[in-house]
Design a protein around this ligand. Structure first.
Ligand code: GRG
Length: 294
């Protein structure tokens, strides 16, 4: 682990958490239980990988916009997806980030509504905080909606559920992983670069960076599920195998999954070089994510 990079990233994580606390409705706001559940799920840890990536991309070129509200919007979408994924109707997981999942800490209806609340809140935040620059606001909203909607993350989740326990081919697996995981990470990168006004001829590189990094992230997630322990991971391990879930490890095996992760990372690093700008810390963080243990 590169401790210097971790030290440089920590203040970014903290600034996202402070902004979450600032922007989300307070627990004292009615209905108190709902807002408490939304805050519980959003402020109960996690790496903030998507938010941090957005901040790092936003500052790789001079920018006049504050990227923090966009990072919060992205983390709202991520947290909503985790709440709904943990529900009994989906993954039925009692543990998230080493703490009781939202529907365990509260109850199922509250967890469903907390997820819905966070999903809606994300777009409210973007529309309110970038309204001085309507073109930027629209681009951010469009990017996040495409990545998380029924052609993006929700498509991945739907096909993941439909294919559970079925024999799976590599192309279906790639379709699912690209949508379920990589698209939101791609949105983090794209939203950051929208805020730093990346030259239009370079956007193909930022899209490629997001896609390859997102796929590497999912391969790593599957490797961790197969190789880590529950304490380190903050959720049950071997859950893919136990629930007969789709997993790159199941389709390709451990060694080939690692090779795929490495190849994606190499492509991500090449795209980053082509983007230019001040991306040193971004490059170090990308490498750090590939070595993460949770
Ligand atoms: C319910 C619409 C809907 C979507 C669910 C996020 C998701 C889609 C499913 C969760 C299961 C899973 C393993 C998804 C892959 C994405 C992923 C690796 C999520 C975990 O993200 P991390 O590692 O978590 O960034 P933290 O806790 O650090 O924020």
């Amino acid at each position: 682990m590169n401790t210097k990079t971790i030290e440089l990233i920590q203040p970014l994580k903290e600034s996202i958490e402070q902004e979450i606390d600032l922007l989300l409705p307070k627990e004292s706001e009615r209905p108190s239980n709902l807002h408490s559940a939304m805050r519980y799920s959003l402020l109960n840890g996690g790496k903030r990988a998507r938010g941090v990536l957005l901040l790092l991309c936003a500052r790789s070129f001079p920018s006049k916009y504050n990227p923090l509200p966009a990072a919060v919007a992205l983390e709202c979408i991520h947290a909503y997806s985790l709440i709904h994924d943990d529900l009994p109707a989906m993954d039925d997981s009692p543990l998230r980030r080493n703490k009781p999942s939202c529907h365990i800490a509260y109850d199922e209806p509250t967890a469903i509504l907390a997820g819905d609340g966070l999903l809606t809140e994300a777009f409210k935040i973007l529309s309110e905080h970038y309204n001085q620059a309507p073109e930027v606001a629209l681009k951010l909203i469009n990017e996040l909606a495409k990545a998380s909607g029924s052609l993006g993350m929700i498509a991945g989740q739907q096909e993941d559920i439909e294919n559970e326990g079925q024999p799976i081919d590599a192309s279906t697996l790639e379709y699912i992983h690209e949508r379920k995981t990589a698209r939101l990470i791609q949105a983090a990168i794209n939203m950051g670069f929208i805020l730093s006004d990346l030259a239009s001829e370079k956007t193909a590189y930022s899209h490629a960076l997001g896609l390859h990094l997102g796929m590497a992230f999912q391969y790593k997630d599957d490797l961790l599920d197969a190789q880590s322990d529950a304490e380190t991971l903050g959720k049950p391990v071997n859950s893919d195998q136990a629930a007969d879930k789709l997993s790159a490890v199941k389709v390709y095996g451990l060694e080939a999954t690692q090779l795929r992760a490495d190849a994606c990372l190499e492509k991500a690093e090449l795209s980053l070089k082509n983007i230019g700008g001040d991306t040193t810390l971004l490059g170090e963080y990308v490498a750090l994510l590939s070595k993460r243990d949770s």
